[in-house]
Design a protein around this ligand. Structure first.
Ligand code: NAD
Ligand code: ZN
Ligand code: ZN
Length: 395
């Protein structure tokens, strides 16, 4: 089959790889009909390269049709239409019992000290072949895949794999009080969707990004927007947001940017240096001394009102990140973060999508492309060129 593979920094290639097959009686194999490109894939493209191996099949936002099921699978039949959450989780261990699916004890990666395995997401997360491919092996098939109805086109349901539950969890963790104000840093797919959801709940939303067309998307749905570059010409984002919130700051901030934030020159150089080292040197360096680009997180800490909540949904990977503990302690900041527990939210969200499109998912993707165009799509998505916000591949 054809699959998008990582071959090196900035080097994704679509090549022929062996078809996946049933390896455990609890597996299913799906024929992928749509599969998303995510901001998280961009970390593999560059910053986390030390944990990738040439040939790794990437992608973690797939949906499709069940092609084959293992002998122990009873909930799923050939021909079912399913979306696959990005966490590989068993559904039956202690942490899964707590709905902490991104921490599944059955698939945790003890060698690296990390949580549940993820599809297509490096050695840190199990090196599980990913979903930007024609076919995908899905473990724990009685629990993991989300069956979705026939009828609407793929885009209605595809974002249940990541964007919708991730944005939903970020919003729940932000605990915005009724009638409160939420600052959303980043207007990529995740920040955009979070803003849409918060607006629907009746919150006031202020979105920040440096890409004009991304801001225009959230503005069209009712968010107030701040251009990062413009704000930096003044006293910065936090001050601009205070001006908009009675000098107090927003009740909550969702940080939807992550470890490659714009405006972190020193850490950018460090990350680039690490990617130039051989893996054997870069891997321990990134794990023990890795530093994230913290510009957005600093803004969140500065901007949030005293006693407010910061919900970090952007992915971080560093181990020695300098944080302003005095400011965080003194302001009584509440902090929540983590990889989304996708399966915890999918039933609730699916119920909202079956007859309606409250979050505008039908027109959320900016580009639908064949898998063969993945290398160029990664490049344009990273450089934020040609209006690329959300790419969906159709293998
Ligand atoms: P993205 O890279 O398209 O979005 C990031 C956005 O932040 C971009 O639009 C960029 O212009 C903007 N940005 C950069 N620096 C900024 C700054 N200093 N201030 C404000 N905005 C800034 O990706 P995405 O798909 O929207 O993902 C966003 C983040 O969420 C990534 O880190 C991704 O890995 C993470 N993510 C986390 C989970 C999870 O489970 N926690 C799931 C999916 C994605
Ligand atoms: Zn994703
Ligand atoms: Zn589990």
């Amino acid at each position: 089959m054809k699959a998008v593979t990582w071959q090196g920094i900035h080097d994704m290639r679509v090549i022929d790889v062996p078809d996946p097959r049933i390896e455990e009686p609890t597996d299913a194999v799906i024929k992928v009909t749509s599969t998303g490109l995510c901001g998280s894939d961009l970390h593999l493209y560059e910053a986390l390269a030390a944990f990738m191996e040439p040939g790794d099949v990437v992608g973690h936002e797939p949906m499709g049709i069940v092609q084959e099921v293992g002998s122990a699978v009873s909930n799923l039949e050939v021909g079912d239409r399913v979306v696959v959450p990005f966490n590989v989780c068993c559904g039956s261990c202690w942490t899964c019992g707590q709905k902490l699916y991104s921490q599944c004890e059955t698939t945790q990666n003890h060698e690296h000290g990390t949580g549940a395995s993820l599809f297509g997401y490096s050695k840190l997360y199990g090196q599980v072949p990913g979903g930007q491919a024609e076919y995908l092996r899905v473990p724990f098939a009685d629990f993991l895949p989300v069956k979705v109805p026939e009828g609407p086109s793929d885009d209605r349901f595809l974002f249940l794999s990541d964007v919708l539950p991730t944005a939903w969890q970020a919003l729940k963790y932000a605990a915005v009080p009724e009638g409160g104000t939420l600052l959303v840093l980043g207007a990529g797919p995740i920040g955009d969707m979070t803003a849409r959801m918060a607006l629907r709940e009746g919150h006031r939303v202020i979105s920040v990004d440096l890409v004009r067309e991304r801001l225009a998307r959230v503005q069209a749905r009712g968010a107030e927007v701040l251009d990062l570059d413009e704000a930096e010409k003044g006293d910065g984002v936090a001050a601009a947001v205070r001006d908009l919130t009675d000098g107090r700051g927003p009740d909550a901030v969702i940080e939807a940017v992550g470890m490659e934030a714009h405006g972190s020159p020193v850490a950018t150089t460090m990350q680039k240096m690490a990617t130039l080292l051989p893996d054997a040197l870069a891997e321990p360096l990134l794990k023990k001394a890795g530093v994230d680009r913290l510009a957005a997180l600093y803004t969140a800490i500065d901007a949030v009102r005293r006693g407010g909540t910061i919900s970090i949904v952007g992915v971080y990977g560093g181990a020695m990140d300098p944080l302003p503990m005095f400011q965080m302690f003194d302001k009584q900041v509440q902090l929540r973060m983590g990889q989304a527990n996708v399966r915890a939210w999918t039933d609730e969200l699916l119920g909202m999508l079956t007859d309606d499109d409250p979050f505008g998912v039908d027109s959320f993707a900016t580009h639908h492309l064949p898998l063969e165009e993945a290398p160029g799509a990664y490049e344009r998505f990273q450089k934020k060129e040609e209006g690329v916000v959300k790419v969906v591949f159709r293998p």
